[in-house]
Design a protein around this ligand. Structure first.
Ligand code: COA
Length: 255
């Protein structure tokens, strides 16, 4: 199975499973990942964790052998497929965390960029090396990286194609956390810090922040006013406010 899916309690764990090729994203892997995301979207999990099989790589990017000798339109459709699959992750009803356990290059890093958050192990090495192949990133990297870490860092990474280590990734905000323990277990613990809250409110907060990056501030503030009012209308908000006043822990029901 090139892309595994395991449900562990409230979490789905998707594992790219092609360790002999450092979990490189062949088109078959992309299509299986797409199908796995549909399974996650229709399940009742509260968060998704994405990782790579083995202890060497999260994902070494698009399958370079497959990229050779392609017609231009075939290549364009391939980029659109990669973009669509990663956009599906970004738009899942639940948060996603990339558990980066080694190399995350090219499409591998772009996959991690589509996740809500990123956690890296100490041996993680990341980059967008496409420029070294005479290419440029095509699965969302040129759009998501500057939004995440700013134009200057993004241009540095994309134009030099250099490798970023775990410490630098954390320093520049590419990784939210750096851990020296098992990265999938750490990702689950990280997800638990969020999923104990109301899933609808988590979704509203994530959507408000995401829209902020595409809209002028005045428009974004309108979105925030709408989404915060929607959150206020949930039973969970009523419960959260009541629990504070009654000095007890809230019991959220995702409603
Ligand atoms: N596509 C296809 N196969 C890949 C791959 C990719 N992106 N990345 C690694 N592999 C394959 C290698 O060809 C090798 O296969 P083989 O054993 O059949 O020869 C196997 O995975 C192991 O890779 P190897 O290069 O021997 O491991 P390494 O530890 O020496 O180097 C990397 C690791 C990640 C530095 C190196 O594999 C690399 O630079 N990969 C390409 C990264 C990249 O440019 N990604 C963007 C693509 S657009």
């Amino acid at each position: 199975m090139t892309v595994g899916l395991e449900i562990t309690g409230p979490f789905a764990v998707i594992t790219l499973n092609r360790p002999d090729k450092l979990n490189a994203l062949s088109f078959e892997v992309l299509r299986k990942l797409d199908a796995r995301l549909d399974e996650v979207a229709s399940s009742s999990v509260r968060a998704l964790i994405v990782t790579g099989a083995g202890n060497k790589a999260f994902c070494a990017g698009a399958d370079i052998e497959e990229l050779r000798h392609r017609q231009l339109m075939e290549q364009k459709r391939g980029a659109e497929l990669g973009q669509a699959v990663f956009e599906k992750i970004a738009r899942l009803p639940v948060i996603s965390i990339a558990a980066i356990n080694g190399y995350a290059f090219g499409g591998g890093l772009e996959l991690a960029l589509a996740c809500t958050l990123r956690i890296v192990s100490a041996n993680a090495k990341m980059g967008l090396p496409e420029i070294r192949l005479g290419l440029i990133p095509g699965y969302g990297g040129t759009q998501r990286l500057p939004r995440l870490i700013g134009e200057a860092h993004a241009l540095d990474i994309i134009l030099t194609g250099r490798t970023i280590d775990a410490a630098e990734a954390e320093r520049i905000g590419l990784a939210n956390r750096l851990v020296d323990t098992d990265v999938v277990a750490a990702a689950m613990a990280y997800a638990s810090e969020i999923t104990r809250f109301s899933v609808p409110s988590i979704g509203f907060a994530r959507d408000a922040v995401r829209r902020a990056l595409d809209l002028p501030v005045a428009e974004g503030l309108k979105v925030e006013a709408d989404l915060s009012t929607l959150a206020y209308r949930t039973a969970d908000a009523e419960e959260g406010l009541a629990a504070f006043v009654e000095k007890r822990k809230p019991e959220f029901k995702d409603a």
